[in-house]
Design a protein around this ligand. Structure first.
Ligand code: T4K
Length: 452
């Protein structure tokens, strides 16, 4: 059975991409916002219908640039949902601001503005909405909240290229800026990469300069910057993938639909197993870039047991974003007495399941059948726990490499022994006596002569 993995990269039109690689090698224009970067930015601006698109090395760097371009006073606070990937908070902290964590909505998994309300202080300057799993935040509600408190709104759109807001406009068009990830594991990938999108001319100008060391002209550095450029090869893959984005989106949507159908057919439903995607199959703008199931006590196994048992079936699910940003070492204790019950629940109960263009509808049927079997065989399956690294294939890859290394060392030892054996045999063959060299040694030793 081939392994089914969360995050196996989409690779579409590899032949077209190889032509681009040859072209890039021939022209030797490798980076520094060359023709492929400019074309990617043009195509993305056209697709998203936004004024500015700035390609960057990854979304984390993109978030950092967008925050820095806003010129917040050092130490200012930015409200961030705790239920997100750690990069959202790290970007805030890296640029000298303080992330303040709020809770998520237990159904949509998106930012809970009632909880955000409790996070506002006189140091708060911005709020970041995260469009998780390909579902857009309610940007109007965030705007209203921000206007009430005099804050800026930004969006972490890492999961949401191709997602629409409820009014049909594309994610990428709201807030001061939105930032997409084009990491290998994303619906829209370019190996690594990111896009900052904005309709704000000044913010765009600053981000462009800052991604290139702050250089604003020949021998002119007008601002402190960094190196956050996307190479031409990365952009070339992005262009190829953008050209087929609607087809890719259709595949993800089909798989989410298939998960829903298979779960219904297997009798897997709330409260035992809640498919996050189900209500959003009716939301045309949701891309379902991830598929998640939330497991209740009625399922019969804990989420971590299920994750470990699925591995035996070559199904590698993930527990994003366990244990929760507010519990990670750099941010532990930052919530004080505030509790984030929905975030804690989701981090304990949710399992991200394989999807993407390397997954087919039959694979989904296999995954759901495995889940249903586990739920039926509640008592017969052994209790399993998972350790660090058990939730992905990286640990297995590392183990395989280790085994290969050990095999290599053993083979080297065997080769040395072969050589030694050959040498001894030769010595024996050419020796005057027919005795084995070891016998010679024995007879020549002082103790041996005594016995004689
Ligand atoms: N905001 C949000 C909400 C985000 O989710 C992220 C990133 C960001 C911001 C920051 O975006 P970037 O700065 O990365 O552009 C992944 C990604 O590394 C990360 O980009 C992503 N979110 C996060 C949710 O997931 P892991 O820990 O799942 O990666 P890893 O290495 O365990 O890969 C998952 C599985 O995919 C592996 O088991 C094997 C497979 N895989 C992975 C890669 C990279 C492959 O088969 N080939 C590959 O090349 O983090």
């Amino acid at each position: 059975m081939p392994p089914l993995v969360v995050g196996k990269p989409n690779l579409l039109d590899p032949d077209g991409f190889m032509k681009d690689v040859k072209d890039i090698l021939a022209t030797r224009h490798f980076t520094n916002v060359g023709p492929y970067a400019l074309e990617l930015e043009r195509m993305a601006a056209d697709y998203l219908q936004v004024k500015h698109v700035i390609s960057v090395s990854n979304a984390t760097a993109g978030l950092e640039l967008a925050l820095r371009a806003a010129d917040f006073a050092p130490g200012s606070e930015v409200i961030v949902p705790s239920y997100t990937f750690v990069a959202t908070a790290h970007a805030v902290a890296t640029v000298g601001l303080t992330p303040v964590f709020c809770d998520a909505n237990a159904t949509s998994h998106l930012i809970d503005l009632a909880s955000a309300e409790e996070c506002v202080s006189d140091r708060t300057v911005a709020i970041i909405g995260v469009h998780l799993w390909g579902l857009a935040c309610d940007a109007d509600a965030l705007d209203t909240f921000a206007e009430r408190h005099g804050l800026r709104v930004m969006f972490d759109a890492a999961h949401a290229f191709g997602t629409d807001y409820t009014d049909g406009k594309k994610v990428g068009t709201r807030g001061s800026a939105e930032v997409f990830s084009m990491h290998a594991t994303k619906l829209f990938n370019s190996f690594e990469g990111g896009l900052i999108t904005t309709n704000d001319d000044e913010l765009a100008h600053k981000c462009r300069i800052m991604r290139n060391f702050g250089i604003s002209g020949q021998d002119v550095v007008s601002i402190v910057g960094t190196n956050a450029k996307m190479s031409e090869i990365h952009c070339a893959l992005g262009i190829r993938h953008l050209a087929v984005i609607e087809k890719t989106k259709a595949h993800y949507r089909r798989l989410a639909q298939k998960y829903q159908e298979c779960m219904a057919a297997e009798g897997l439903s709330a409260p035992a197993a809640i498919l996050w995607n189900e209500p959003y199959l009716k939301v045309p703008g949701c891309t379902h870039s991830y598929v998640l199931v939330q497991l209740g006590d009625e399922f019969g196994h804990t989420r971590d047991e299920v994750m470990a048992l699925l591995r035996d079936e070559q199904i590698f699910a993930k527990r994003y974003f366990y244990p929760g940003l507010h519990k990670l070492t750099p941010y532990a204790g930052s919530c004080g007495k505030r509790i984030l019950p929905a975030t804690d629940l989701l981090n304990e109960r949710c399992l991200t399941l394989p999807t993407g263009t390397t997954v087919e509808e039959d694979d989904v049927a296999r995954i759901v059948a495995a889940l249903a079997k586990l739920s039926r065989d509640k008592t017969s399956s052994p209790t399993r726990t998972i350790g660090p690294g058990d939730h992905d294939t990286s640990a297995l890859n590392a183990r395989l490499q280790d085994i290969q290394l050990q095999k290599k060392k053993l083979l080297e030892e065997v080769a040395k022994l072969d050589h030694l054996q050959e040498t001894i045999s030769l010595t024996f063959a050419t020796a005057p006596s027919k005795k084995w060299p070891i016998e010679d040694a024995a007879t020549q030793s002082p103790s041996a002569s005594k016995i004689d």
